[in-house]
Write a protein that binds this ligand. Structure first.
Ligand code: GUN
Length: 291
């Protein structure tokens, strides 16, 4: 029987509508409009599209959004100076440095320069540490979006065996840490596969919930999936014919899984919705600090 499609686009629209209401209430209560600034270095075409989507979503939610565009040949010091200016600006509550940065720049140093209380990406060491300790403050947006999708579809993670394919800082590691936490929407048993794993398909076949985030187009085939498993596809790739695909071979796997996210329209739109939620949270923290 074909899978049920997990409609991330529809859920993200609903959450964005709810957030717009929360932003309006927050503004009425505090006089503060949440603000997100994105730092975009260079002209990477995919990054430009992502940044435009983020900017539009921020504005549609009633927040302030702006993009600091820097030339591809900017020096490390120039990018750090841009981050410092945003750190010091009280109207900027959230800062996102769009990745990947040009190769001559040291991404880690630049991410560490973002004020951890404005780190809506959740990439700063302090926020990664808080998540690892089970007391999260800012959590990366894609993992948050995955958890929301599972919750909305009433997929019980408690005691479920979740297999994550990929150990990136952006998705694999933080989603594993989230699902390891105690409490509703977590309490899972985790296996994380990566480039050092022998026979990842063998582990994937044991999953009640399979999260594919290894960045390889259509690598997950039907024989990687236990019948009736839930499959979350985090990948996004453009094929030679111009069509988009994920890390999962959708045509095959949707015949085996009970529920599956499509690409596009699955995890991607949820990432943007979670960025808006993190930005509102950053503005709330700023108002609390102001007293
Ligand atoms: N590039 C691709 N995904 C992301 C993300 O979630 N955050 C940032 N900053 N850059 C990205």
């Amino acid at each position: 029987m074909p899978s049920v499609i997990l409609d991330g686009k529809g859920l993200a629209e609903r959450i964005r509508g709810e957030l717009a209401g929360e932003v309006a209430k927050f503004r009425d209560r505090t006089g503060v409009t949440p603000g997100l600034s994105v730092v975009l270095v260079g002209e990477d075409p995919a990054s430009r599209v992502y940044v435009r989507n983020k900017e539009n979503a921020v504005k549609a939610a009633g927040m302030n959004g702006d993009v600091v565009r820097l030339p591809a040949e900017s020096t490390q010091d120039e990018v750090l100076a841009a981050v410092d200016r945003l750190n010091a600006d009280p109207a900027v509550h959230g800062i996102l440095v769009q990745l990947p940065l040009p190769k001559h720049l040291d991404s880690r140093t630049i991410i560490e320069r973002v004020d951890p209380l404005k780190d809506v990406d959740g990439f700063h060491t302090l926020n990664v540490g808080l998540l690892a300790q089970g007391t999260p403050r800012f959590v990366p947006c894609t993992p948050l979006g995955i958890i929301e999708l599972l919750k909305d579809a009433e997929i019980d993670t408690r005691g479920a065996h979740v297999v994550v394919l990929g150990r990136s800082q952006v998705v694999g590691k933080p989603v594993a840490l989230l699902l390891l936490q105690k409490g509703p929407g977590a309490d899972a048993t985790l296996t994380v596969c990566h480039t050092g794993t022998r026979e990842p398909a063998r582990f994937a076949r044991e999953a009640d919930i399979l999260i594919a985030a290894m960045g390889v187009p259509e690598a997950v085939k039907a024989d990687w999936v236990k019948p009736h498993a839930v499959v979350i596809d985090v990948g996004i790739h453009r094929k030679a014919d111009g069509k988009l695909c994920g890390d999962v071979d959708f045509a095959e796997v949707s015949q085996v899984a009970s529920k599956i996210t499509p690409v596009p329209g699955g995890v991607g739109p949820m990432t943007v919705a979670m960025l808006l939620r993190n930005t509102l949270h950053a503005a709330e923290l700023a108002v609390e600090r102001r007293g």
